[in-house]
Design a protein around this ligand. Structure first.
Ligand SMILES: [Zn+2]
Length: 196
């Protein structure tokens, strides 16, 4: 009986349970121009990768609770002390000190606006977003970096005020748990599982 691989950490060690790779039989590859002679086989392989979030775990945990976490350099000796980083940076790029984690949900709700955007009609492998994807760059008051995300409702415009929405009902614990909508969007217009 197979069971999807599951992982937890206890006393600093990974504890794994279930199957992390699945063997499947492939299909023959044949030569169409040579009487369909056998040339090889396909080797389908499915594996479960254990991906550690490290210091960013708190960011993803909080998305599932409807909170947007950022970081701030509080190092007194740093020339850029007080800089707030969104996306979440564990370390300050200037002094390389460890940043302080802060909750910037309110700043995002009150000041987020579209810096620029691009609309993609096609996407890469494993894309889960509906197309066209409206990628947006978001700026916030008092934050020195710009966040890359997507607009889930409506059409993007430069300078448009947007607010974050979160997948709290069925979180994936990935960046897909957060999206943005124009300010004033009603709760019933949000994608399934998302709320403010
Ligand atoms: Zn610093």
């Amino acid at each position: 009986m197979s069971m999807t691989g599951q992982v937890h950490v206890k006393k600093g060690q990974y504890k794994i349970k279930g199957d992390f790779h699945h063997l499947e039989f492939g299909q023959p590859i044949r030569l169409a121009d040579d009487n369909w002679r056998l040339a090889g086989i396909t080797n389908p392989r499915q594996l479960t990768h254990i991906h550690s979030y490290g210091g960013e775990a708190i960011f993803f945990e909080n998305l599932s609770k409807g909170k947007l976490m950022a970081t701030r350099c509080d190092n007194k000796k740093c020339e850029t002390k007080g800089s707030i980083y969104q996306p979440f940076r564990i370390h300050c790029p200037d002094c390389l000190g460890k940043n302080t984690v802060i909750d910037m949900t309110d700043i995002a709700k009150k000041t987020a606006k579209i810096h620029t955007f691009m609309v993609c009609e096609r996407s890469g492998a494993f894309n889960l977003l509906d197309k066209p994807i409206k990628f947006i760059n978001i700026e916030f008051d008092g934050v020195c970096t710009i966040l890359f995300s997507y607009l889930a409702v409506g059409e993007p415009k430069m300078g448009m005020r947007v607010v974050p929405i979160f997948q709290k009902l069925d979180p994936t614990y990935t960046i897909l748990d957060m999206a943005w909508v124009p300010k004033g969007t009603k709760e019933n217009q949000l994608p399934k599982g998302f709320s403010f």
